[in-house]
Each structure stands twice: as C-alpha cells, then as structure tokens.
Design a protein around this ligand. Sequence first.
Ligand code: IMP
Ligand code: MG
Length: 182
Amino acid sequence: MREKMPYEEDQLKILFTPEQIEEKISELGKIISDHYAGRELIMIGVLRGSTYFLIDLTRKMHIPFAIDFISISHYSEQADSTGVVRITKDLDLNITGKDVLIVEGIVDTGLSLGYLLRNLKTRNPASLKVCTLLNVEARRIVDVPVEYKGFDIANIFVVGYGLDYNERYRNLQFIAEFNRPK
Ligand code: IMP
Ligand code: MG
C-alpha cells in the first residue's frame, strides 16, 4: 500500500482510478499511432505535469517517434490574460519539418499552451497538435485547439498522475480533486 499523505482523508476525492486512466491512455495511444503512421513524429512533454502521462502514452503506441521535453514558467496569478510565460528549458531536438505533438497533463486557461503553440509555430514544424489528459473547458481564456484529450473535467483543482499541489502528490496513481488549504 502507498504511504499516507498529510490531509489525505479530507482533501482528496478520487476522480479517475488507475484502471480508468490506463484504459483511456490505451485508446489515445491507438488513435495517435493510427494518425501518425508513416510520419516523422516528435512527442513533446511539457514539464513537469505531463511526465507520467507522456511515458505511459508512448508505451501504448506502435509507431516510431522521438521524445523531447520543454519547460515553461507559469504566468502569475495576478497576471492579465496576455499569457506571458517564458521557456525555462528549451527543446533539444530541431522540430522544423517534423510532425509535432505537444503532450500536456492539463489544459486549464490555455494561457501556457497558447504561448507554447505560438512559439513552436515559428520553428516551422510540418504540423503542430496538442494532446492533453485533462481538459477544463470552463476555465478557458485562450482558445487553444486540442486534438486529443483524455477526460473533460469541471472547474476544480486536481492532483495526481503527474499533477501537483506545491510539487506534491504527483506520484499518486489516481487523479483526485484536491481541496486546497485556505
Ligand atoms: P493553463 O495555462 O491555465 O492552461 O495551465 C496549465 C498549467 O497549470 C498546467 O500545465 C498545470 O501545470 C497547471 N494546472 C492547471 N490546473 C491545474 C490543476 O487542477 N492541478 C494541478 N495543476 C494545474
Ligand atoms: Mg503545478
């Protein structure tokens, strides 16, 4: 059994079990493999929330591809809706002329992803699409195209399966609603 974590009983409410997550990722892996068969695919994980998802997703795929990672700073809570973020760790691979799939853990306001799409587009990939495990349509500020998504969720804060609260809870094997301490 996993270790107990502080606040667990009263603060975590399971939304998706490991079985539900695995089933969804198997479906996505198959769909994405079919869509990109015969192409030069680069899968880009957005650090750090997407890591568990990216790794499990790639293990469900049956076509060749490359993996790379990018890290961006988050806009501050006080920021306006311009979505000013910056790259804190850039890609190692050259994506020009390649089919690029950005893999995210969660798309919320869309501000980070909007920035990322604008930035990567200037490098002239052959195609640029997005796959996210969780999608919060109700929170959207920037209209970002999401080609592949796992689950739509309501406007709640979630942790687990890569997603954190203050860098904690990423290693939970399920995804849970988290009531942030006041
Ligand atoms: P966006 O720019 O508002 O779409 O937010 C994207 C980033 O915010 C994600 O990549 C996560 O790192 C973080 N984030 C947004 N919502 C949640 C949540 O409910 N739990 C944990 N992290 C979140
Ligand atoms: Mg975070």
